[in-house]
Design a protein around this ligand. Structure first.
Ligand code: NAD
Length: 491
């Protein structure tokens, strides 16, 4: 029986194409953060579990059907995996909502379609990784081919569990790698469902292994000499540990998708209706637990008051509520810890004398008391040096800053340790492109927010990380170039 047929059965580890108990058996509860109810329990993977998963991935990489398989057949398996995710979209959206606290509406629109799409996208790439013939000096034929990097450890966060796993697995598999996936301890259920889906799609045993567990489980993957690369989504603190673990073990490659404190910049000549809507969803989607959240809104002085009034009206109209109710706009934060963190930042905004425009507290009442629901919150009058302008809050809290001059704007926009995404709203194309060049970020969105496509690279600069998800650029992360020389004899 696969986990995908009943994701709420007690979770097991998926190793070498079989469901296994952990060794030693060590389990923990997975809860619905909106209600506190236990959903199921899963294995807290040990060092021995990681060893077995890495050994299975290594065996699948070096022998068995995977390395011998035609690239076009690898592509067909990925295509089927995408089709299966799509055919189970409602079940998976409900599961993601129940495990994460995001609304089922958001899971259905924001998590599921890009998850199946990225499998479809990379299914087409599997047999299109051409090598190159290089015109070297001398009497040689020299060509370069792209080979898999080997065993990939994929370690991901809890905010888009299925999507973050899919962004890593699809390009890793298209390029012929094998994988040990460790989902977040808080949201392992769709990763276990995905293991079943991939098996059903025809993926050979051992090509993908799923080991659930906490940070120590991830640490065993990061330190394992049999893992060639770690693809990571999570916090800067964990990323630092992964860099150390790589240095202390086998110099494994890393790609890091980390946090953000992204500027959303509005000039008076833009389409204000569209900008208000985008600013609203740019920060309050997924209860603000989004790495690309537009958590710093830069308003030009000339439109500051009008814009803020319209945005705060729209914010007050958001329906915070039961994530499984299709009418809810904003769900529950992931955990008590995250609740305390977000409320702590709200207190810091107040004490640093930012002006609270709306929200500012935890919601209470029968729908809310067992979960972690925070009012969508806006602070105005925020200055660059304030904590809420510098640190990633990862919750429904917007910091509004005002600007007049472009140089001052760029200084402020670039004035954090992060550089993930950015947005510029203006009808002046010259200004948009001038600023797009000066902003240090992995993405610049002009007159829109949250533009994502499986074909377009996503990732950060500075402490938002390095490496790219999606598009042709991610293929580079999962391949190594081999140069082959043939001596053609005397000329
Ligand atoms: P986290 O770093 O605490 O955990 C991420 C993953 O790493 C989890 O699976 C966790 O178990 C594992 N982990 C923790 N300690 C580890 C260790 N020592 N060794 C190996 N693995 C370890 O992050 P989080 O709280 O789950 O996620 C929130 C962060 O993720 C935010 O900063 C957010 O911005 C970032 N994020 C980034 C993106 C992106 O694409 N750039 C997307 C989503 C989230």
């Amino acid at each position: 029986m696969t986990a995908s047929t009943n994701p709420l059965q007690p979770g097991q580890l998926w190793i070498g194409g079989r469901w296994e108990e952990g060794r030693p058996s060590n389990r923990y509860d997975v809860v619905n953060p909106a209600t506190g109810e236990k959903l199921t329990d899963v294995v807290h993977g040990s060092a021995q579990d990681v060893d077995r998963a890495v050994a299975a991935a290594r065996a699948a990489l070096e022998s068995g059907p995977w390395p011998k398989m035609d690239a076009s057949e690898r592509g067909r398996i990925l295509r089927r995996a995408g089709d299966l995710i799509q055919s189970r979209k409602d079940e998976l959206a409900r599961l993601e909502s129940a495990n994460n606290g995001k609304t089922v509406k958001e899971a259905g629109r924001g998590d599921l379609p890009p998850s199946w799409d990225v499998f479809h996208y990379y299914s087409g790439w599997a047999n299109k990784l051409h090598g190159e013939v290089i015109p070297v000096d001398g009497h040689y034929l020299n060509f370069a081919v792209r080979e898999p990097v080997g065993v990939v450890g994929a370690i991901v966060a809890w905010n888009y569990p299925l999507l973050l796993a899919s962004w890593k697995l699809a390009p890793a598999l298209a390029t012929g790698n094998t994988v040990v996936l460790k989902p977040s301890e808080q949201t392992p259920l769709t990763a276990l469902a995905l293991a079943g889906i991939l098996a059903e799609a025809g993926l050979p045993p051992g090509v993908v292994n799923v080991v659930t567990g906490f940070g120590d489980t991830g640490g065993h993957i990061a330190a394992h000499p049999g893992v060639d690369k770690v693809a990571f989504t999570g916090s800067v603190d964990t990323a630092r540990k992964l860099l150390h673990a790589s240095a202390d073990s086998n110099l494994k490659r890393l790609s890091l998708e980390l946090g953000g404190k992204s500027p959303n910049i509005v000039f008076p000549d833009c389409d204000i209706n569209a900008a208000v809507r985008a600013a609203l969803w740019g920060v309050f989607a997924n209860k603000g637990e989004v790495c690309s959240a537009g958590s710093r809104l830069f308003l030009h002085k000339a439109i500051h008051s009008e814009f803020l009034e319209r945005l705060s009206d729209a914010t007050r109209a958001l329906r915070v509520g039961d994530p499984l109710d299709p009418a809810s706009d904003v769900g529950s934060l992931i955990s008590q810890r995250q609740l305390e963190r977000v409320l702590g930042y709200i207190e810091s905004g107040k004490s640093e004398q930012a002006r609270l425009v709306c929200g500012g507290g935890r919601l209470s009442g029968p729908t809310f008391d067992r979960g972690y629901f925070v009012e969508p919150t806006i602070f105005d009058g925020v200055r660059s040096e304030m904590t809420i302008a510098r640190e990633e809050i990862f919750g429904p809290v917007l910091s509004v800053l005002t600007f007049e001059d472009e140089d001052e704007l760029i200084r402020m926009a670039n004035g954090t340790v992060y550089g993930l995404v950015s947005a510029i709203w203006t009808a002046d194309v010259t200004r948009a492109l001038r600023l797009a060049r000066r902003i240090r970020a992995g993405s610049v969105w002009i007159n829109d927010y949250n533009c994502f496509d499986s074909a377009s690279p996503f990732g950060g600069v500075k402490q938002s990380g390095f490496g790219r998800e999606m598009g042709v650029h991610a293929l580079e992360q999962y391949t190594a170039v081999k140069s082959v020389w043939i001596n053609l004899g005397p000329r």
